[in-house]
Design a protein around this ligand. Structure first.
Ligand SMILES: N[C@@H](CCC(=O)N[C@@H](CSS)C(=O)NCC(=O)O)C(=O)O
Length: 302
């Protein structure tokens, strides 16, 4: 199910005003088609695809978003969860059952410090579910991802991009670029990019320098490059503390109060956040290093 791939090219269609000459040129059927696609994409605050079933779910104690994606064009309706929380596993499973989906993967964007992941619990409740996390996280799981891997459910897939900075093993999952994948693209950024913010960088191997590079750099093919994704790419973070639900790459490039700054200013902002340590960090990190389950016997196959 996880495959390496070698293409990160994408078509970037910038919205702009048209001259009368350009308007006449739009009579060309190919250009007209592209323009229609662009206008649909540009006005959207959610992705459209006849295949994709998508739900954004919220756990209010830790302000965590869990995302449910499924390919409902496939007879099995295979599904995955991104960043499930232990406290809301039963809610998530109820929804999955009601919608007739088959949960295949329980994935994390990183080792969370503020809540216990639901992946271990999901594995005990749904036989066959595979826990998934980046290899760089150092955590236990059934499947370990590296930058450039793909995770597929039916005909829909997520690309894995390295997003270190909040933690060393953070990744972002991005839907595929092809026309048969959900459009606009969706980026599940974990705690790398939050809406009008970003993840803190003061523990778990965090680095403000690295986070800045993860978002801005174009140096490495498999590096995250969040701000080089198409501007209409929808950003779905792991947390929100301000009442937001979704943003876009273009919106964050323009309005993110931290990530729009130059690197030195960004680093200075990050080193002066003075945030309290997450209340659950001493419980959550050890638990999440073993998929959210601490009390299993050593021989348990996580
Ligand atoms: N008060 C919460 C923790 C809040 C917090 O630190 N959130 C993290 C992401 S979870 S480790 C973060 O990166 N925040 C960035 C920010 O600017 O707020 C608790 O005690 O759990």
């Amino acid at each position: 199910m996880v495959t390496h791939f070698s293409r990160f090219q994408h078509l970037l269609l910038q919205p702009r005003l048209l001259s009368s000459h350009q308007s006449r040129a739009l009579q060309h059927p190919l250009i007209r088609t592209l323009t229609v696609i662009r206008s649909v994409m540009g006005s959207s605050s959610s992705s459209s695809s006849s295949k994709l079933l998508f739900r954004q779910l919220f756990e209010k104690e830790s302000s965590t978003f869990t995302y449910l994606l499924a390919d409902v064009s496939n007879p099995v309706k295979p599904a995955l969860l991104i960043d499930p929380v232990d406290k809301t596993v039963d809610r998530d499973l109820k929804l999955i059952n009601e919608l007739g989906l088959k949960l295949v993967y329980a994935m994390n964007t990183h080792v969370h410090a503020d809540h216990v992941t639901g992946t271990g619990l999901l594995k005990t409740k749904v036989p066959g579910v595979k826990s998934v996390i980046s290899k760089a996280s150092g955590s236990k799981a059934d499947m370990f991802l590296e930058p450039g891997d793909r995770v597929s459910i039916g005909d829909i897939y997520l690309e894995v991009r390295a997003t270190p900075g909040h933690t060393a093993g953070c990744v972002t999952y991005v839907t595929g670029e092809e026309a048969d994948q959900p459009q606009p693209r969706m980026a599940f950024t974990g705690d790398a990019v939050l809406i009008r913010g970003c993840g803190r960088t003061d523990f778990q191997g965090g680095s403000s320098d690295q986070l800045y590079e993860s978002v801005h750099s174009q140096a490495s093919f498999h590096a995250n490059l969040i701000f080089t994704l198409p501007k209409d790419t929808l950003i779905y973070p792991a947390h929100d503390y301000k009442g937001y639900e979704v943003s876009t790459v273009g919106e964050e490039m323009q309005h993110n109060p931290r990530l729009t700054k130059d690197k030195e200013t960004f680093k200075s902002i990050m080193s002066n956040l003075n945030l309290a340590y997450p209340k659950m960090i001493d419980v959550a990190v050890p638990a999440n290093m073993v998929c959210g389950l601490q009390d299993l016997p050593p021989q348990a196959n996580l």
